[in-house]
Design a protein around this ligand. Structure first.
Ligand SMILES: O=C(O)[C@H](O)COP(=O)(O)O
Ligand SMILES: [Mn+2]
Ligand SMILES: [Mn+2]
Length: 510
């Protein structure tokens, strides 16, 4: 029987196991160290393949690690989408960024009126939220337009890159400024403060007052600020350089150089509010488009992500329930639907919330039991055609860089998948389980200084993709050996009995 004859159609569950990457067993592979009988059986079966989830396959620069935004967008779009980091790099390579009329207008005004330029963003080459190369280009543009003073407000990383590397990146930033002939680090703060996205405004406001008012611990060097942190690079205390202590003045300019919005938008909105309340008019631009309340003009526009799974399912009248806990809720709603937050007709969104400031090392199960219960409940409703869910633990706990906690997260996820498979069997649903990018299969990395350090960031590894038939006696489909995340939406449509959307370039895997 050919694989197409073996295909079955009907209701199903699309399950994204966040950060579920594939790599050979090793002593830093949390997924192979963990006892995961359910996942092991799934990936060992014939209805299993590996999908590319990084680099060009999904719309990133070659060799770039995947991330949750592009992962979910491509899963939904059924085609690779040029991601913001790729678009920014293309604008740099073509010279368009440096000549961008919004940028040159701002720089020329600052040069003519003697205003300072403030550049705010994450200083690493993690390529998830930002890249120091983009900062370098903005410094060169400011130098070319003779902006008199350029201040860098550096956010330290330690999450998308190995912890303990912030000092190296800040030295690199200083060297880039030297090469460009302009720019000095005015302040340093860890991303735990500056890039909170959970509404912890007490953290955000520390960064607001640092950047806007120069309020922070006084240090002589950026390295001193980093070295003083007792909780790693993510939690470098808001620090201001003694000989470069600045506040943002009326008439200054501000450019945000993170290309990804989700973790900078809270700070951007809060800072702009603070400047307005304190009577400072500051022209502001962002490198890529942000989802801020404030309308911040962007230097690089987003790619169109329409025509994906959500649009096809709505047109076909398919009823869906989208479920995730807070950390990944936007990913299974906004991003998977093509950066569109509106629930379509026939679409329900379920956001599972828990503690405000969870500690993922001590609570690696997170809110998994409640997410699983919501999936089981939705699966039992006959009117629901498709359940779309994200299990966050493997990725979110993986980001702590704590191997033991991540092993526990993998084991908890394994048990949850077991419960979901049982519920799928009861309701005669197929299940398609897939990772959105790698993370937990690699928990150590060589840092720029040559040392091997705990690593909680993402990887370029492929991700497992498995399909479980609706009943034990349904013929087991054999999946295509080559796959990418772009094949998920066409495969889901196929399993629901529909054709791939006309905007999709991926193909059904069975
Ligand atoms: O913002 C984060 O938590 C990480 O930098 C990236 O993780 P995500 O792409 O899985 O959200
Ligand atoms: Mn993810
Ligand atoms: Mn992640």
């Amino acid at each position: 029987m050919s694989s197409s004859e073996a295909a079955f159609t009907g209701p199903g569950i699309l399950l994204v196991l966040d950060g579920w990457g594939h790599a050979d067993a090793s002593d830093d592979n949390a997924l192979t160290l963990a006892h995961t009988p359910v996942l092991d059986e799934l990936v060992a079966g014939p209805s299993s393949t590996l999908a590319q989830a990084s680099g060009e396959a999904v719309g990133l620069l070659p060799g770039t690690v995947g991330n949750s935004e592009i992962g979910h967008m491509v899963i939904g779009a059924g085609r690779p989408l040029p991601y913001d980091s790729l678009l920014v790099q293309q604008h740099i390579d073509s010279g368009e960024l440096r000549d961008n009329p919004r940028l040159t207008a701002l720089l020329d005004t600052l040069a003519a009126q003697g205003g300072a330029l403030h550049l705010v963003g994450l200083c690493s080459d993690g390529q998830i939220h930002a890249h120091v190369g983009h900062l370098s280009e903005l410094l060169a543009a400011a130098a070319a337009r003779q902006v008199p003073r350029v201040w860098i407000h550096a956010i330290t990383d330690g999450r998308d890159v190995a912890d303990g590397t912030a000092g190296t990146y800040l030295a690199q930033v200083a060297a880039l400024a030297e090469t460009a002939g302009t720019g000095r680090i005015a302040s340093v703060v860890g991303r735990g403060y500056a890039m909170d996205k959970a509404g912890n405004l007490d953290l955000t406001d520390r960064a607001v007052h640092l950047v806007a008012d120069g309020a922070g611990v006084e240090v002589d060097t950026a390295a001193e600020a980093v070295d003083a942190s007792e909780r790693g690079d993510e939690w470098v205390s808001p620090s201001t350089l003694r000989d470069a202590s600045v506040r943002i003045a009326d008439g200054d300019g501000l450019v945000w150089f993170n290309f990804r919005s989700d973790r900078i938008q809270q700070l951007a909105d809060r800072l702009l509010d603070h400047l307005a309340v304190t009577g400072r008019v500051v022209d502001t631009l962002s490198l890529a488009q942000y989802d801020t309340r404030a309308d911040i003009p962007a230097l690089v526009q987003r790619a169109d992500a329409s025509g994906g799974l959500a649009d096809e399912l709505t047109a076909a009248g398919v009823r869906t329930v989208h479920i995730a806990e807070a950390e990944k809720f936007e990913h299974v709603t906004y991003y998977i639907n093509g950066r569109d937050a509106t629930a379509r007709d026939g679409e329900e969104h379920v956001r599972i919330t828990g503690d405000g400031k969870p500690n993922y090392i001590t609570r690696p199960r997170m809110n998994l039991d409640r997410v699983t219960a919501a999936v089981v409940e939705a699966a039992a409703r006959p009117e629901v055609d498709l359940v779309v869910a994200n299990l966050a633990n493997i990725d979110v706990v993986g980001h702590t860089g704590d191997l033991a906690a991540t092993v526990t997260a993998c084991e908890a996820t394994d048990a949850a998948v077991g419960r979901i498979l049982a519920a799928a069997g009861d309701s005669r649903r197929w299940v398609l389980a897939v990772g959105d990018h790698g993370n937990a299969e690699r928990m150590a990395k060589r840092a720029p200084d040559g040392t091997v350090r705990p690593y909680g960031g993402h990887t370029t590894n492929p991700v497992p993709l498995v399909i479980v038939p609706p009943t034990a006696d349904t013929p087991t489909p054999v999946l295509s050996e080559t796959a990418t995340l772009a094949d998920v939406a066409p495969t889901v449509l196929h399993l629901l009995g529909h054709k791939p959307g006309s905007a999709m370039t991926g193909r059904p895997l069975l």
